[in-house]
Ligand binder design. Structure first.
Ligand SMILES: O=P(O)(O)OC[C@H]1O[C@H](O[C@H]2O[C@H](CO)[C@@H](O)[C@H](O)[C@H]2O)[C@H](O)[C@@H](O)[C@@H]1O
Length: 255
């Protein structure tokens, strides 16, 4: 196995294996910021993703909690495979898309209640993604426990169809049975990902489902930042992720 030059960084994936790369967006590829619309995806990141996609024969996907329309609005990479809304949406590298719909009626039933909760406090922000709803409380951190309690009650009678996920200053109501692990398994069953060994980089607790699947496939799971994790490897922040990916690109380009 090749090694990186920086002792603090994970080993680079061995060059004698075929790899599939899965990447979380917020907190992993881009820095966390005050509002979901304010993230910065620069040309260097776009170029990095395009180069890796070419070098890995198309086996690169972004696995995000964001909706695919939102990911595309920021990334502008129409042939990049993606999963959005924590596994409820998929797009392959041909641009073909699917979205889970079995929980939509239940979500509709709670949508108005969530809106009313947000309307009571200007510091809260509702991100309605279609197949999931995110309630952001970054600007009202002390409301976390109250919101968790209220949102749990709202979805209580639909617990066979809906579940509550907690991310970084956000609660998300999403379809039961979809998560980033499900998204990874789905990609690993189809070309060009099938039969490749997965590498997944993520920073949040919702990424742990992905790490579990990667570990089961004897892949490389990399947690960005601190905190308990199923991942065996660490990178400190998005800047370190970019540097690690650049080193991997150099290794892949070596004759
Ligand atoms: O799975 P990810 O790609 O990491 O997406 C997770 C959630 O990211 C976004 O919210 C988070 O990032 C915002 C921008 O930095 C930040 O303001 C917010 O506090 C974070 O929770 C996104 O808005 C969500 O839809 C994603 O699920």
């Amino acid at each position: 196995m090749s090694t990186t030059n920086n002792k603090d960084m994970p080993e680079l994936p061995a060059s004698d294996r075929a790899w599939a790369l899965f990447l979380d967006l917020d907190g992993t590829l881009v820095d966390l910021v005050d509002h979901p619309d304010s993230i910065v995806v620069d040309d260097a990141l776009r170029a990095r993703l395009e180069t890796l996609t070419a070098l890995l024969d198309g086996a690169v996907a972004v696995i995000s909690g964001r909706a695919i329309d939102d990911l595309e609005k920021h990334l502008h990479l129409p042939t990049l495979a993606m999963s959005g809304q924590h596994g409820a949406e998929w797009r392959n590298s041909q641009g073909d898309r699917q979205i889970a719909g079995d929980h939509q009626k239940a979500l509709e039933a709670v949508r108005q209640q969530v809106k009313e909760q947000v309307e009571r406090d200007d510091a809260l922000y509702l991100e309605d993604k279609g197949a999931s709803i995110a309630l952001h409380y970054r600007h009202r951190p002390e409301a976390g426990d109250m919101l968790k309690h209220n949102l749990s009650s709202m979805i209580g009678e639909y617990s066979d169809l809906l579940e509550l996920h907690q991310g970084k200053f956000v609660f998300e109501i999403k379809g039961q049975g979809y998560d980033k692990g499900v998204a990874l398994e789905r990609f690993l069953a189809i070309p060009p990902f099938a039969d490749r060994c997965p590498v997944f980089i993520g920073d949040d607790r919702t990424d742990e489902d992905g790490f579990r699947v990667v570990n089961a496939h004897q892949g490389v799971a990399i947690k960005v930042g601190t905190g308990d994790s199923l991942a065996n490897e660490r990178l400190t922040d998005p800047g370190a992720v970019h540097a690690w990916l650049d080193q991997w690109i150099m290794q892949l380009q070596r004759p």
